[in-house]
Structure formats: structure tokens, C-alpha cells
Design a protein around this ligand. Structure first.
Ligand SMILES: Nc1ncnc2c1ncn2[C@@H]1O[C@H](COP(=O)(O)OP(=O)(O)OP(=O)(O)O)[C@@H](O)[C@H]1O
Ligand SMILES: Nc1nc2c(ncn2[C@@H]2O[C@H](CO)[C@@H](O)[C@H]2O)c(=O)[nH]1
Length: 432
């Protein structure tokens, strides 16, 4: 706007000053460090039930079971009548992961998915929004007329969680809602195998489009496998997808076995490394493994006790930093393992989301590397094109600590970050 005539006061109308830039929650690809998650939008309806309840509805324990709308209504009616519904939480394996990422990194992430266009109080969409960090950018969601998915989360007395998923409109996400520029500027794209079990739904093509954009713009892709029977049923298709697009594959030990036929987690991780750069394998009470590649000339030896299992002295090089196999002249495989933090919580009421928590910690380390590289491209940290900021061993420790926090909070998502004094996880871990 032009200044309207002359005034004595010099700064009365500051035409020469640029408009102040107000902070915005919307991700700006050229300015922000963020990750993108593509998911089926699901709210978890948590209920405590007996094992007999699962049998009654032929629900397979520990897995994510798809149920039709009528069965969902029946289950819901019985849970309501018996007053066993304890809570509603935002869920979805990737929704959880990017929420946790935003809490840990105190930074932005973007959700690609659907959301009910009209949100009523107490509706699934309402609960989802209420329990999601404000740092998760929801500006690119696709509006739908129906409900988002409902994940009836059945917790049996042993703390195991089993899902009965009523999909609603969660798989209607289409390719019009996958903006290329948002993917292109991301530090990583994270998604899951679940869309493969809805072959005829638009979400599968939407996911493939996001994967293609990532590949084209060299954005690392993390894929989490979801649940065992999904892997068994779609193994070949999944393997093709993994070989073509995936940088980081995350799973638990039974999903790893379904994918490779190998029950030993280390053997399974070793096999999967033939297809991807990095493997995060959580193994419940057995802790977790982070396995990948590094350049022979840049490998670093651990000072932790040496471990042997399916592979002898497998953790010898766990102080190395992860690299893409294709970025190494002489790639070597690196394996790291950690036992549960403090042996795990005294009592586990609900294991839901512990694996998602571990993946969010790994993604935080990957995006921290991305941020540092943009800010300090000449730092010695970037002498080689590393995938992550920290070593395999340090990431394992961080991921393990985050899983523990989910387990003690008895919720599938972090409600707060890790304690400040643990900025140096190194000290805190060994002092306890
Ligand atoms: N019973 C347990 N005792 C101690 N630690 C545990 C236990 N269960 C899980 N953990 C911790 O949580 C991490 C992840 O758990 P788990 O392998 O159960 O993930 P998951 O099956 O992928 O979970 P989800 O799919 O619900 O996110 C483990 O690597 C471990 O550190
Ligand atoms: N996207 C997606 N997430 C699921 C499905 N089944 C269970 N989950 C989520 O997995 C999370 C735990 O890892 C829970 O919060 C569930 O909401 C599914 O079919 N699709």
C-alpha cells in the first residue's frame, strides 16, 4: 500500500518494512525440517476384555483383525453394555509415529490421510484431533463424509493388545491429496503395509504415489509392516514394494518371521538387509535390534560388551553411523541390539504402540541429521552421506527408551517428551 501523503513522524506508516512473518503451523517445505506420514486415520477405542471375548468374535489374539460394520456394531454394543470401554485415543500406526516424532523433536510433521469433513463432539474424528500434537500439520487431509476408522483395542489380562478394525472411510485417501512438494522437502516419508489389505480402495494408489515422489526426490522411506497375517497374505507384493522403494523397514519379530521364514530375529534382520538399508526389529521382552550398513573405511568399534547369537560378535561395529548401501564403496553390515530399558516396566498393562515409539525415535535421529546437514553442510559429520545423526548403538538406546516411556504411560502415544535431563541419554542410561 502507498503511504497517504507526507507526515512528520518518520515511522508513522512503515511502508518500507516487510510484513512481519508470523509463525505458521502449516509446513513450509523450503523452511521447515519435517517428516511426512501416510496412514489410515484410526481412533483406538480401548476396552479391557477376557480371552473368551476374543474367541466369541473369532478375533485372533495379538493381531490387527479387520471386521465388517455389523460385527463392529455387535462388539461395540457388548462392550458398552458391560461398561468395559476405558478410553478413546488417536491411533493408527503411522499417526502414532508422527505424533511421537513431533513430541520428541518438538518439530513439525505432516499427516496424509482422511478426516471427517463435519466433526461432531465425541465422534471418532473429534477424539483423533483432541489427542494429536498441534505440531502435526493436518492441512493436507482429505475430507470424507463418513467416519474415520475405529480400532477397537481389546486388552486382555496379560496386557496383550488385539485390534478389531472397523474401517469406516479410512481407506478413501486418493492421489489428489499427496502433494509432491510436501514429500520433496521432507526429511523422511513414513508409511505402513496396511493399505495393501484394501486392494480395491484408493489408499493403495495414494501410498504408491507418495513412494514414487519420495524416490524421485531422494527422500528416505520408512515402512512398518503392521501385523503378521497381513505380511503372510501379501508377502510377495510386499517384498516387491520393499525392494523398490524402502530405505528403513520396521517390524516386530513375528512380522520378520512372516516375511523371511526365519524365527531368529538376527537371522531375519540379516536376510532383510539384502533388500533395504536399515532394519528396526523390535522383539518385545527380548529388546530390539537396529541393523544396517556402513562404509568399511568408516566403521567404528563398540566399547560395549561383544554379543554373539545367530552371528558371532554381531555388535562389533555398532558405534558406526548408518549409511545407504548404495552410498558405500565397500558396504559392511552392522548389527546392534539392546535389552529393554531397565528390564522393562514392573507391570505392563498395555503394550500398544511400543514399536511405533521406537520408530519415531529413529525418525527423529534421521531428521536431526537432515537438519544438521542443511545448517552445517561443511561439518565433519557430513564427510560421508550418512542416513542418521547418531551411531547404531545410540539410536538403539534412544528408541528403547522411548518404547519404555510408551509402556509406562499406558497409552499408544507419548503425552510428553522424554525428561530434559536425559538430553544426554548416554549418562542417564548407565546411571540408573
Ligand atoms: N514385555 C516387555 N518387557 C520389556 N520391554 C518390552 C516388553 N514388550 C515391549 N518392550 C519394549 O518395547 C519395544 C517394542 O515392543 P514390541 O516388540 O512389543 O513392539 P510391537 O509389537 O511392534 O508393538 P506395537 O505394534 O504395539 O507398536 C521392545 O523392543 C522393548 O524395548
Ligand atoms: N493404519 C492402521 N493402523 C492400525 C491397524 N490396526 C491397528 N493399527 C494401529 O496400530 C497401533 C499400534 O501399533 C494402534 O494405535 C492401532 O491404531 C490398521 O489396520 N491400520
Amino acid at each position: 500500500m502507498k503511504f497517504p501523503g507526507r507526515r512528520k513522524l518518520k515511522h508513522y506508516f512503515p511502508v518500507s518494512q516487510p510484513k512481519p512473518i508470523l509463525p505458521t503451523s502449516e509446513v513450509q517445505p523450503d523452511k521447515d525440517t519435517y517428516i511426512v506420514g501416510l496412514d489410515e486415520t484410526i481412533v483406538d477405542v480401548v476396552a479391557n476384555v477376557s480371552d473368551a471375548f476374543l474367541d466369541k468374535f473369532s478375533i485372533k489374539k495379538g493381531l490387527s483383525n479387520l471386521v465388517d460394520a455389523d460385527t463392529a456394531v455387535e462388539i461395540f454394543a457388548e462392550l458398552t453394555a458391560e461398561q468395559c470401554i476405558s478410553d478413546h485415543f488417536a491411533g493408527g500406526t503411522i499417526g502414532n509415529t508422527i505424533h511421537n516424532y513431533s513430541v520428541l523433536a518438538d518439530d513439525k510433521s505432516v499427516l496424509f490421510g482422511v478426516m471427517s469433513a463435519n466433526i461432531g463432539l465425541g465422534s471418532p474424528a473429534y477424539h483423533y484431533i483432541c489427542h494429536t500434537s498441534s505440531k502435526v500439520d493436518m492441512n493436507h487431509l482429505q475430507g470424507v463424509t463418513g467416519d474415520i476408522g475405529r480400532g477397537i483395542t481389546l486388552i486382555t489380562p496379560d496386557g496383550e493388545r488385539t485390534f478389531a478394525i472397523a474401517p469406516g472411510d479410512m481407506d478413501e485417501l486418493n492421489t489428489d491429496h499427496i502433494p509432491e512438494s510436501i514429500v520433496a522437502g521432507a526429511a523422511a516419508l513414513v508409511t505402513c503395509a496396511y493399505p495393501l489389505r484394501h486392494q480395491a480402495k484408493p489408499i493403495k494408489q495414494a501410498m504408491i504415489m507418495a513412494l514414487k515422489h519420495s524416490r524421485q526426490h531422494n527422500v528416505p522411506v520408512a515402512l512398518t509392516l503392521g501385523t503378521t497375517h497381513l505380511v503372510e497374505e501379501h508377502r510377495d507384493e510386499l517384498l516387491e514394494l520393499i525392494k523398490e522403494y524402502v530405505t528403513v523397514l520396521a517390524m516386530n519379530e513375528s512380522e520378520a518371521e512372516a516375511l523371511t521364514g526365519l524365527s531368529d530375529p538376527l537371522a531375519a534382520a540379516n536376510r532383510i538387509l539384502d533388500h533395504v538399508d536399515l532394519v528396526l526389529l523390535t522383539a518385545g521382552a527380548e529388546g530390539m535390534y537396529l541393523c544396517g550398513h556402513t562404509e568399511e573405511a568408516l566403521k567404528r568399534e563398540t566399547t560395549n560388551p561383544i554379543k554373539s547369537g545367530h552371528l558371532a560378535d554381531f555388535n562389533r561395529w555398532e558405534f558406526s553411523r548408518p549409511m545407504a548401501k548404495s552410498a558405500c564403496q565397500h558396504p559392511i553390515k552392522v548389527f546392534s541390539h539392546i535389552d529393554p530399558y531397565l528390564g522393562g516396566p514392573e507391570k505392563i498393562r498395555n503394550t500398544n504402540g511400543a514399536g511405533d515409539g521406537a520408530l519415531s525415535a529413529l525418525l527423529h535421529d534421521i531428521s536431526a541429521n537432515h537438519f544438521h546437514k542443511e545448517a552445517q553442510p561443511n561439518s565433519t559429520k557430513h564427510l560421508a552421506p550418512f542416513l542418521a545423526y547418531s551411531s547404531f548403538a545410540q539410536i538403539c538406546k534412544y528408541a528403547n527408551r522411548v518404547s519404555y516411556e510408551i509402556l509406562v504411560q499406558n497409552a499408544s502415544r507419548l503425552s510428553r517428551g522424554l525428561p530434559e535431563r536425559e538430553d544426554s541419554l548416554e549418562e542417564a542410561y548407565w546411571e540408573q
